[in-house]
Design a protein around this ligand. Structure first.
Ligand code: IMP
Ligand code: MG
Length: 174
């Protein structure tokens, strides 16, 4: 497998989406002083680092890690080996994820975090592939909606490669 030679989404397209999302989030949370961004490892880190620097509010950052197993269609098979360090009770929690695909991992993450009794719980994704959805998930902030393509770059990997690319590419057969 290799990446497409031309970007699928350019740095400008990505940064425009990041700026718009940061504006929406800053407006929504402007009167809160208890915002916690929960970044989903590993793919969400590049997006989150650009996004948080455009949110001029007091906030805390936590990380969560989810591992899902291909071919097994149920939420019980999503493991969460890294969890937030600080209590989320009473906090305004915003989950930052790279891409929403089947919805299995993300819905497991949202369910686990809701059990921590946050004051509010919302989801922000850079990319959404709605045609792939198996489990319904509500994302309040969506960067760019794309068709069913496997994409890499800007945090997104294929076998741990390509996360460092500043643009997003499609993955192609050799
Ligand atoms: P979901 O549980 O199927 O929604 O899976 C979401 C996770 O699958 C994302 O956080 C990514 O790690 C991974 N994923 C889904 N689609 C892609 C893609 O096109 N490129 C890279 N990773 C993807
Ligand atoms: Mg991911």
């Amino acid at each position: 497998m290799h990446r497409s030679s031309e970007p699928f989404l350019s740095e400008n397209q990505i940064q425009d989406a990041v700026t718009r999302l940061a504006g929406e989030i800053s407006e929504r949370y402007r009167n809160r002083d208890n915002l916690v961004l929960v970044v989903v490892l590993k793919g969400g880190t590049v997006f989150a680092s650009d996004l948080m620097r455009q949110i001029p509010l007091p906030l805390a950052v936590e990380y969560i890690r989810a591992k899902s197993y291909d071919g097994i269609d149920f939420l019980g098979d999503v493991l969460l080996p890294v969890l937030p360090e600080q209590p989320l009770r009473g906090k305004s929690v915003l989950v930052i994820e790279d891409i929403l695909d089947t919805g299995r991992t993300t819905s497991a993450i949202m369910k686990t975090l809701s059990e921590h009794d946050p004051a509010s719980l919302e989801l922000c994704v850079l990319l959404d592939k709605p045609s792939r959805r198996v489990v319904p998930v509500d994302a309040q902030y969506i960067g760019i909606t794309i068709e069913d393509r496997f994409v890499v770059g800007y945090g997104l990997d294929h076998d741990e490669r390509f996360r460092n690319l500043p643009e997003i590419y499609t993955l192609e057969e050799d």
